[in-house]
Design a protein around this ligand. Structure first.
Ligand code: SF4
Length: 385
């Protein structure tokens, strides 16, 4: 029995680690763009991409950092290089992340020229006081203007990221963000609860007792409000943090939650190819200088593969299909997880309808408790079969 696929991945992630500001909550692989070797980075990244000799992809996602912190000429060179040798008619979803303040007319023209068909804007909130508080340099007006310009250029597939449970944010603030969001009638939105990460300005403030975060109860209230409001407005809540109108679910992100394989290019990018997860070197100068860009982890054990399948799959509204699990891993789902699932159903955290297992509304709120229950003991018998 093997779960390893011999097919080449049909998705790729490309990381641009430069930003024109550093946000207080961010722990992504990124640096302030000033005085960075951006052109050399693009050259190195394109060489890494070319070495894989990829001719066909279904989804290509350029994230960061901030890809639109590049100049229009640099963006043009990057996108030209990535497209070289790619059969563009096969590429269903081509996403570029952008910061509202960065998207000038010439950059939008570059995206259009290279057939980018999805733009993801890092909005975070429409509240000017909160934008300042989290270290963002754009204004709410920048967001509205950028969306109008993108639409005028023919982009209809626009998604925005919003964050809730920000310091000093109230439920009324979240309601206002949702009012503005819905007035824009965007086809897709991702909403994340603020997570405090190590080595961020916010974590420093927290340690010094200077961060007024909403309570866990308020966080739940905000999430519940967001779910209800967006569902009532016709958005499918297709993943814990993602909501889409019909036909606008992100194919690239669904690929991650389906536990499929993908390439990762650029400093700090992760990939999953031929059953092996890897992460590229970071910081940038390590990535530029090493001839082998990847730090490869051991091939995943069966136990790790099964746990990842559950953690990722249960994030989706559709959840996990027990028959598909059995086919993929050669293990009877109920022998492995029957007791765990029965217990979580008793606690009203999981639903089971036929072969489909998914989080309940309560399960969405307590996702981490559910995921922990699916961790396997090292010595579980089924692994020896
Ligand atoms: S949140 Fe985005 S724009 Fe802000 S520092 Fe992080 S990667 Fe850069």
């Amino acid at each position: 029995m093997t779960t390893m696929t011999t097919r080449k991945p049909s998705s790729a992630y490309v990381h641009i680690p430069f930003c024109s500001q550093i946000c207080y909550y961010c722990d992504f692989a990124k640096v302030y763009i000033k005085n960075q070797p951006v052109d050399r980075y693009i050259t190195t990244l394109l060489a890494e991409f070319a070495a894989e000799q990829i001719t066909s992809l279904k989804t290509l996602y350029i994230g960061g950092g901030t890809p639109t912190a590049l100049s229009a000429a640099q963006l043009d060179r990057l996108l030209s290089g990535l497209r070289q040798g790619l059969e563009m008619s096969a590429l269903q979803e081509f996403t570029v992340e952008a910061n509202p303040g960065d998207l000038s007319d010439d950059k939008i023209a570059v995206l259009k020229h290279h057939q980018v068909n999805r733009v993801s804007l890092g909005v975070q909130t429409f509240n000017p006081r909160l934008l300042k508080k989290i270290g963002r340099s754009h204004t709410p007006e920048d967001v509205l203007e950028t969306i109008a310009k993108l639409r005028a250029a023919g982009f209809d597939n626009i998604t925005i990221d919003l964050i809730y449970a920000l310091p000093g944010q109230t439920l009324a603030d979240v309601e206002e963000d949702l009012d503005i969001l819905l007035s824009l009638n965007l086809p897709h939105v991702a909403l994340y609860s603020l997570i405090l990460e190590n080595h961020t300005i916010f974590m420093n403030k927290m340690r010094r007792g200077r961060l007024d975060l909403p309570s866990e109860e308020t966080d739940f209230e905000m999430y519940t409000y967001i779910m209800d409001r967006l569902q009532a407005a016709g958005y499918a809540h297709y993943e814990i943090s993602n909501f889409g109108q019909k036909g606008y679910q992100s194919a690239h992100n669904l690929m991650y939650w389906d536990n499929a394989e993908y390439y990762g290019f650029g400093a700090g990018a992760s990939g999953y190819v031929a059953g092996v997860r890897y992460k590229n070197h970071v910081p940038i100068h390590h990535y530029l200088e090493r001839s082998d860009k990847k730090v490869v982890r051991d091939k995943l054990s069966l136990k790790e593969q099964i746990e990842e399948e559950l953690f990722l799959g249960l994030r989706k509204q559709s959840g996990i299909n027990t028959q598909a699990f059995t086919t993929k891993f050669g293990q009877d789902f109920d022998l492995v997880y029957g007791k765990v699932v029965a217990d979580l159903i008793d606690r009203q955290l999981l639903n089971r309808v036929g072969q489909q297992i998914s989080l309940t509304r309560q399960g969405l709120l307590l996702g981490n408790d559910v995921f922990q229950a699916f961790l396997l003991d090292d010595d579980q018998n089924f692994l020896l079969q």
